[in-house]
Ligand binder design. Structure first.
Ligand SMILES: [Fe+2]
Length: 449
């Protein structure tokens, strides 16, 4: 970008270094591998991320979705990257020109496997279906039954096979909707949920019997536009609440519990313990204080591991920080979503910096105690979301591997590291060298063959 002012640098950090998009869609096999890919690890690791097709987007969140897939089989690896080819891509739209068209999704935030479909997700739009070759198949509206946006963070229940999700709107009522999709992929329940004001709701929580909404104060408010230039921002005076609803309940069943104002982009997991609901979250004190573009605003805007316990009998919520490690992009063994789980994995974030900066460590937490094991990726190696791939046939929670797409800042190369989750602080068992740089991105999934 040549010489740029510090103001432009602050605005356009998401187009520089390894945030910058890549141009080519590649398909390459027989990748270079350091170490040995476990034979049990057979499937597709796929991660979504932001890759503006024109080379420019006004905000990190607005780039076109590009899927990066690493296929592992018989100890060998191949790579493919493809745009999600929605109208947002085909017609090179932006936030303004796609406004009101739910099908025109950037499709850039997550990719989730359910009922035989891979869904590329972005939270202001409908999902888009792609196949395992990462070719775009079409928009998914569940036979016309979904007519609002869908979160990028649905939860697939490991016991029932259902996919539970919500959708929020910052512009029109209902500000929140709840949906339940059967194991077979049919949308079987839709509920409008009342909120006092529109808020940004990125993630949520499920347990065996309940869902828990997070009504946190990144609000849509035109008064903010006057002070910050952004219609969205942090307003702690609006308060913060957790809403507990039976999975098959409706708006009148939601019990709201006040908590201290804060923001949570992502939850690790949540589960029931008798009459209590325990939630492990990446909680930050505040977020987007200077408006929508203010993703990183210093120490108070970086998340840490917290535990919330909702006592359904007394109505009291306890809130406790468990560790001081700055981190986000939490994951668990997906076979325990909504169920008692001991371990959580996440990516370190740096705090002594000017912009959002991914750290050199991945963390493994023993959730109950908050005890942390660090995996050092190497000097000047920036992490990515740690996705857990269970060892097939094992019921031991941490028997399996952590997969993470990481970036060597000095060589400008990207690699998929494969870490034995039970020996988390040891060297990776394998590193797959990706044949092109993979920009920092968002979320992904492991799909076992
Ligand atoms: Fe997310």
């Amino acid at each position: 970008m040549g010489d740029i002012s510090s103001t432009e640098k602050k605005l356009h950090w998401h187009l520089q270094g390894n945030w910058a998009p890549v141009e080519k869609e590649l398909s390459e096999s027989d990748l270079q591998v350091k170490g040995n890919i476990p034979k049990d690890l057979s499937g597709l690791f796929v991660r979504n991320g932001f890759n503006p097709v024109s080379g420019y987007s006004d905000h990190w969140f607005f780039g076109n979705g590009m899927l990066h897939g690493v296929y592992l089989e018989d100890g060998k690896a191949s790579y493919k990257n493809r745009y999600v080819k929605t109208p947002y891509y085909e017609e090179d739209l932006n936030v303004m020109s796609s406004f009101g068209n739910l099908a025109a999704s950037p499709a850039n935030t997550h990719i989730v496997n359910h009922a035989g479909k891979l869904l590329a997700l972005e939270e202001t739009s409908l999902p888009w279906s792609v196949n395992k070759d990462l070719e775009t198949l079409g928009v998914e509206d569940f036979n016309g039954k979904l007519d609002t946006a869908m979160t990028a963070h649905p939860r697939v229940c490991p016991e029932t096979g259902e996919m539970l999700f919500f959708g929020y709107s910052m512009f029109s009522e209902p500000y929140l909707n709840y949906y339940r999709v059967s194991k077979e992929g049919a949308l079987v329940q839709s509920e409008a949920i009342e909120l006092p004001r529109p808020v940004m709701m990125h993630d949520w929580n499920i347990t065996r019997n309940y869902v828990v909404f997070m009504d946190l104060p990144i609000v849509s408010d035109m008064d903010l536009a006057a002070t910050t230039g952004s219609p969205f921002g942090f307003k702690p005076e609006c308060g913060a609440r957790l809403g507990v609803m039976p999975r098959d309940g409706n708006n009148s069943d939601v019990r709201w519990f006040d908590i201290d104002p804060c923001f949570v982009f992502h939850s690790f997991n949540s589960f029931e313990e008798g009459n209590k609901i325990v939630l492990y979250v990446s909680r930050q004190k505040e977020a987007m204080v200077g408006g929508f573009k203010d993703i990183y605003g210093g120490e108070t805007t970086v998340a840490r591991l917290w535990r919330w316990v909702i006592d359904l009998e007394t109505g009291i919520v306890s809130e406790e920080q468990l560790d001081d490690g700055a981190c986000d992009f939490p994951r668990i063994n997906d076979n325990l979503i909504g169920l008692t789980s001991e371990y959580g994995y996440c990516m370190q974030l740096k705090t002594d910096v000017e912009d959002l900066t991914f750290g050199e460590h991945l963390f493994k937490y023993h959730l109950e105690s908050g005890n942390r094991t660090d995996h050092h990726l190497g000097k000047n190696v920036a992490g990515g979301e740690p996705v857990f791939a269970p060892k097939p046939g094992s019921s031991k929670e941490d028997e399996g591997w952590i997969l993470s797409l990481v970036h060597e800042r000095e060589t400008r190369k990207s690699k998929l590291v494969i870490i034995d989750a039970e020996a988390f602080d040891q060297e990776p068992v394998a590193e797959v060298i990706i044949p092109q740089r993979v920009p920092y991105g968002a979320h992904g999934s492991w799909i076992q063959n």
